[in-house]
Design a protein. Structure first.
Length: 320
């Protein structure tokens, strides 16, 4: 009786272990299949890093299976599909090269054409070979920079930034067009390392334009001044213009500012601001601070159009 009980107990334990192993096997396999495929045999969308290249419409792929005569060049359609022998039409758009290799291999094995196919996919030609560099660069355009490059490589290829360039760039990655990456531009010390991110063929780089404040009239050095960190005050602008001349009519200073209703003239108590008797004014991009000359009776009534025309002809001063 004791022996029979031992035999029955052992049999139950072995059976339970086998069943558990089968359940785990099929559960893992199902999870892997669901992670790779959607209904209909299409590859499921995957998350990629912004710098990882993915297959897109118009790319030319070389698809081969090691040890066989399965070797084809195929062009990816606008919908991300390719046509292969034995498989017909399969969708690889949006996958990385490694993911596409695994997907095609599984399909060949699932349909019984190969037992364990070693699929190789080589991207012979990207639909967009170059990187588009736009915005405040010397020579906007598309530059052929194959392989993994950096943001500074792309900007350098475009001749560098202009004097009106801001302190950030927006990168629209080919692999994630709906998730643009905003990168602060810094060229000194450790900050330049974090700014010099990777870019790949098909990406678009847009260098921002900095805000500019114009100081015109009876100042020592009329100029357009780049706003540091998107902030500047009236006192800072006057200081950048090396101060006012002795003949300046400070009480008649005014600000020309763009508004939804058009350009607007705003009186500025510059004399009181300089004497610390009134709070300093924050300026906005494209503001024009005009300081008239007291020697001319009509200086304070100088036309808005003439002031704006003078400002547009000024050289841009970059304080950093």
């Amino acid at each position: 009786m004791s022996l029979n009980r031992v035999v029955i107990t052992s049999f139950i334990r072995i059976t339970a272990a086998v069943l558990l192993g089968v359940l785990v096997h099929f559960g893992v396999a199902a999870a892997q299949t669901n992670a790779i495929q959607q209904p209909g045999g299409s590859p499921a969308p995957a998350q990629h890093s912004p710098s990882e290249m993915v297959i897109g419409g118009g790319d030319l792929l070389q698809v081969s299976v090691y040890g066989s005569d399965f070797d084809r060049q195929v062009r990816v359609s606008d919908t991300g599909e390719i046509s292969l022998p034995l498989l017909g039409t399969v969708k690889v758009g949006g996958l990385s090269i490694g993911e596409a290799e695994q997907f095609v291999g599984r399909e060949l094995a699932r349909k019984g054409y190969f037992t364990d196919p070693q699929v190789s996919i080589f991207e012979r030609e990207y639909a967009t070979q170059g990187i588009s560099v736009l915005g405040e660069v010397q020579k906007p355009g598309i530059y052929p920079l194959p392989g993994a490059r950096t943001l500074f490589d792309a900007i350098s290829a475009a001749g560098g930034t202009t004097e009106k360039a801001g302190n950030q760039a927006t990168i629209t990655h080919r692999s994630h067009p709906q998730q643009p990456e905003v990168v602060p531009l810094a060229y000194n010390g450790g900050s330049s390392v974090s700014s010099n991110v990777k870019v790949t063929p098909g990406d678009t780089v847009l260098v921002s334009r900095a805000g500019i404040v114009y100081v015109v009239g009876d100042v020592r050095k009329p100029a357009g001044i780049i706003m540091q960190n998107s902030r500047m005050t009236a006192l800072q602008a006057i200081a950048m213009a090396e101060g006012t001349n002795p003949t300046a009519a400070l009480n008649h200073s005014k600000l020309i500012r763009k508004t939804p209703e058009g350009q607007k003239e705003i009186p500025v108590p510059l004399k009181k601001i300089l004497a610390s008797k009134a709070p300093d004014w924050d300026l906005q991009p494209d503001d024009i601070l005009f300081v008239p000359n007291s020697a001319a009776k009509s200086a304070g009534r100088r036309s808005l159009e003439a002031i704006v025309q003078t400002a547009t002809g000024l050289a841009i001063y970059h304080p950093f």
